[in-house]
Design a binder for this molecule. Sequence first.
Ligand code: PMT
Length: 224
Amino acid sequence: TLPQVLSGQRVLISAGGTVEAIDPVRYISNRSSGKMGYALAQAASWLGGDVTLVSTTKALTEPAGVQVEYVQSARELHERMHHYFEQADIVIMAAAVSDYRAKNIASSKIKKSQQDTQVMQIDLEENPDILASLGAKKALDQVLIGFAAETDDVLDNARAKLRRKGADWIIANDVSDQSIGFNSDENQVTLISQDQEISLPRMRKEVVALEVFQTLFADCDERA
Ligand code: PMT
């Protein structure tokens, strides 16, 4: 059995790409499969945590022992994360949140233009930054972890996100490499805090997830 490093800890995790409706049949989303967030939820439960997973996808098997809730849009995810936030000891934003949504959701299917134009415009407006809003509310004894999905200057951009979003840790992953990151079975991450940087080797997401908790929370029992 695994060391119960998260025993007595409430863990809140988001997973998957948000889905922003354009009309009844179309949406804006991204390539997140939810695998990283699900692996974190399963690992947290195996390590003794009391886990809630807020997911945008129903395509994956619910992790054993984990309470799962489903949402679609960034605004729904924002509402659920804030709903559970106060009770949580550890919060991880693994979801890939759309920074923008359609300004107006059409109530019926948008028709192809009859005019002879090849350009179609959809106005977008900004979504809330969920991680930053949790960072602004965070109590001293809560641990808030975000991801940084980067294609360039991975570590520099991740360090900037750590500061800007008020997280305790940012897990940086290079999503320019299609064999790690979005919709792959493996990931290679660097865990970044204000005073530490820990690079883990490339591994299956299930192993990355266990390593993240074992690295960051190995001393929970001692602190309790
Ligand atoms: O789901 P998989 O296919 O397994 O892929 C895993 C992953 C690549 C999606 C995952 O490891 C990952 O990197 N998740 C975060 C994706 C993302 O939105 O990154 P970002 O760098 O754009 O955002 C930084 C952080 O802010 C993230 O924790 C994100 O959840 C959060 N955020 C972003 C925008 C927003 N409006 N609100 C947020 O909370």
